[in-house]
Ligand binder design. Structure first.
Ligand code: 13P
Ligand code: SF4
Length: 324
């Protein structure tokens, strides 16, 4: 008896010939469709290796703004692809997996964000790029972890600042700039998983290692860091440093480029609290070479947004790009 029932409302997965050389096929499709692949550092290394640009959120937004191709395939998460579409309304933006979300963006729904803003009339709203296009469209400034300090510092001191949605990045900035801000209570499920106890133990085992951490980590972790910065900041710092050993407190996808940039150095990924792989971003890891191949072959799934939303969300992104 056939026990496989049809699933309604969801298209059946498209078969991929297992004998295909996916890297070669992706290369061919990029030429055929006049497409580029933008990939975040947290992507698997095989995806990074087929990408045209690999970067942090700011570099990927800048690459999207400069794109000349007909098609952009975004190997990252949904809010990043949305930013690429906002900057390229006339180009096709495809995403390998539409379900690749982000705990920060998902934890800041527009109705609650609006209500929060309404409770603080006259405040300047600064939103981390890890938020939905709806939230962007109602923010004064968008920032990434590599330009947030500069942008917040440029806001007149007499203005109250609302910072969403990452409370850890917000608290880090408030402390560094000596400027209190109202913080949205969101966080990254990946960066909150790092364990202070295990990091202390790791430092004891590697006394010469320098700790490099992302500002999405909690304060207890950031206090132990020798350097705090965006993924690109972490990569550049490690490559330029005279030190030879580093504990890396961010998603371990970054290690691929770190090892390429400094093959003579040792990079140790920081462990999560539990015995799990929860320091890997489950959203970023939804993408695969196979899904990238399908997205380029079928030019689907495509990101579509209303012209009105694009126009409104573009304003604070353009402000950010002008200040970066
Ligand atoms: P950056 O690469 O901009 O530092 O951001 C890290 C991140 O968590 C992206 O989702
Ligand atoms: Fe979002 Fe964290 Fe994943 Fe980045 S690592 S996409 S902030 S859940």
């Amino acid at each position: 008896m056939n026990t496989r029932l049809p699933v309604y409302g969801k298209a059946a997965p498209k078969p991929v010939d297992p004998s295909l050389d996916l890297e070669e096929e992706i290369k061919r499709l990029k030429v055929e469709k006049n497409a580029i692949i933008l990939a975040h550092y947290y992507q698997d290394s095989d995806i990074q290796d087929v990408a045209d640009v690999i970067g942090d959120s700011l570099q990927l937004a800048q690459a999207a703004a400069a794109a000349k191709s007909d098609v952009i395939c975004f190997a990252g998460v949904h809010f990043m692809a949305e930013t690429a579409k906002i900057l390229n309304p006339e180009r096709i933006v495809v995403v390998p997996d539409m379900d690749a979300g982000c705990s920060l963006a998902d934890g800041c729904p527009i109705d609650r964000f609006r209500a929060w803003k309404a409770r603080h009339p006259g405040a300047v709203t600064v939103s981390y790029i890890n938020c939905s296009a709806d939230v962007k469209s109602e923010s004064d400034y968008i920032v990434t972890s590599s330009n947030a300090e500069k942008i917040v510092a440029a806001i007149p001191k007499d203005k109250k600042v609302l910072f969403a949605p990452d409370k850890n990045l917000g608290a880090f900035l408030a402390k560094k700039l000596g400027r209190p801000m109202e913080l949205w209570q969101g966080s990254c499920i990946v960066h909150e998983t790092f364990s202070e106890r295990k990091l202390i133990a790791l430092k004891e085992r590697h006394p010469k290692a320098k700790v490099l951490a992302h500002p999405e980590c909690e304060e207890v972790i950031l206090r132990m860091a020798d350097y705090v910065g965006s993924t690109t900041g972490i990569l550049k710092h490690a490559a330029a440093s005279p030190e030879k050993e580093f504990i890396v407190v961010t998603e371990p996808g970054i290690l691929h480029q770190m090892q390429k940039a400094a093959p003579d150095k040792t990079f140790i990924p920081a462990p999560p609290e539990a015995n799990c792989a929860c320091n890997e971003c489950p959203h970023m890891k939804k993408n695969s070479l196979e899904k990238i191949y399908l997205a380029l072959r079928d030019l689907s799934p495509r990101l579509e947004m209303s012209a009105d939303l694009i126009a409104k969300a573009k304003i604070p992104i353009d402000r950010m790009l002008a200040l970066s």
